[in-house]
Design a protein around this ligand. Sequence first.
Ligand code: BT5
Length: 249
Amino acid sequence: MIMNHYNLQTALAPRPFRYYPRITSTNDAALEWLREGAKDGSVVVAEEQTEGRGRLGRKWYTPPGVALAFSVILRPSLDALPQVTMLGGLAVYELLEALNEGRGEPHRVGIKWVNDVLLNGKKVCGVLTEAVWEGDRLLGAVLGIGVNVRVRFEVPELEHTATNVETALGRTFDRIDLLRDLLARIEHWALRLGSAELFTTWRAHLVTLGQPVTVGSISGIALDVDPDGALRVQTADGAVQRVMAGDVA
Ligand code: BT5
């Protein structure tokens, strides 16, 4: 179903939300709204992003009508901030697991440290958290989530690494239904931000642990994650290094 203000209203009420048929990035609009005083749980949704972004200035591809691109405004405590990204990946993980429950075809869903959700080993979702500060006070955080529902990847750099929900699960989905279910899961975990339960559940679904990894200049075995999200990597000399951010290759 094409998104419009009316059918989103039906699915998202009573949350405050803003809908854009086309926008640079839903995180841009959400960051602005957060500074204007948006309530915790407010949502920005777009049909298309012209400058969707990932981490470190990378691009996130969001063509019109085939993806979910949205941002949720949260007001976590400072201690809970690292869990906002975990929350996003976990909510998408649970949604994808639930979609195939009771159906024959097994599929593998997993979270790749730190922010990718994989279906059958390929990236189906990315999560980008951006925090807003006033001096050293945390005003809030924007949890941006992109899910490929039926996005096609003809571009060479993505065709082997990315997938979409419909291809991987072999059936079609209504994006508005998916968004409604996902927001319910996000709210469930948002109430538990800062809890050991959120961390241990996220950790349990990480496909990265026990695997050989290279993160920046560090190579070794991914041993574990710390509650602040850092990855512990054991290098060949036996030393264990904590990595806060980066890409696992
Ligand atoms: C991410 O960054 O994975 C975070 C993506 C967050 C997107 C959401 S959409 C709503 C909100 N508004 C935004 O502007 N952003 C958020 P990172 O780990 O840096 O991965 C980026 C890399 O993923 C790119 O360099 C590509 O290689 C790859 N990529 C780009 N678009 C993709 C897509 N649609 N599906 C899978 N991989 C993609």
